[in-house]
Design a protein around this ligand. Structure first.
Ligand SMILES: O=C1O[C@H](COP(=O)(O)O)[C@@H](O)[C@H](O)[C@H]1O
Length: 236
């Protein structure tokens, strides 16, 4: 596990963007699962502004989780990506593999799971992302696997339907087997509200295994935490 701590959220965006640029610059097809949440927005803005010359033609984008809403809804993780990145870069439409949040959740979870099987290389019988980008909620959830449904992590399916514990909003999420089969998993976590869970998970405190984010442990890949100083405040 690597931990990369930056002074501010903007510097997290810069450091992660530099990392991503290195990953995609060799022109090999690169399959990346994106997340929603507050930190990716800043990363997308940074990339759109500073990485105009990146060749996106070999990059394929997917979503690790999506809210079950239309793609024009402000809650949609896809819409956030369009507004902050996709509308500003030159990437072929065929490289964008969105979750159809507007469709029937159970059917869409099955359909998207098949898309992943068709598009990604299969390694150890599981589709393999080059990179899975994750956030972590204040409650320790990651992708859309929340503590009250932590059992979804071990699902035999590629994707599941999840329910937000407070709003009841339905979500589609990839499951633990896909996350841990990735070549690299990156957590982008910023802000003081995350500090306690970051400490608990990284230092493996008692009870840490109750947080879905603590189950992220790539089988043969790499795990990198990109944190700002606020999120990392309790691990120093
Ligand atoms: O609901 C979600 O939240 C998590 C964490 O987001 P943050 O705003 O607390 O950083 C995110 O990873 C996930 O993709 C999103 O759907």
């Amino acid at each position: 596990m690597h931990i990369n701590i930056s002074p501010t959220k903007t510097e997290v965006a810069k450091n992660f963007s530099d990392y991503l640029e290195e990953l995609i610059k060799d022109n090999k097809t690169t399959h990346i699962a994106l997340s929603g949440g507050s930190t990716p927005k800043v990363v997308f803005d940074y990339m759109a502004e500073h990485y105009e010359e990146v060749d996106w033609s070999t990059v394929h984008l997917y979503w690790g989780d999506e809210r079950c809403v239309p793609p024009t809804d402000s809650e949609s993780n896809y819409k956030i990506t369009v507004d902050h990145l996709l509308s500003k870069i030159d990437i072929p439409k065929d490289n964008i593999h969105r979750v159809l949040g507007e469709d029937l959740p159970e059917l869409e979870a099955g359909r998207y799971g098949k898309v992943l099987e068709e598009e990604l290389p299969i390694v150890d019988n599981i589709p393999q992302f080059d990179l899975v980008i994750l956030g972590m909620g204040d409650d320790g959830h990651t992708a859309s696997i929340f503590p009250h449904e932590i059992g979804l992590w071990d699902s035999p399916n590629n994707c599941e339907v999840a329910i937000h514990p407070d709003s009841g909003q339905r979500r589609i999420t990839i499951t633990g087997k896909l996350i841990n089969n990735a070549k690299t998993v990156v957590f982008l976590v910023t802000g003081s509200s995350k500090a306690e869970k970051v400490r608990s998970i990284i230092t493996k405190e008692e009870g840490h295994e109750n947080y879905p984010a603590s189950l992220v442990a790539p089988t043969s890949g790499e795990l990198i935490w990109f944190l700002d100083e606020e999120a990392a405040a309790q691990i120093n």
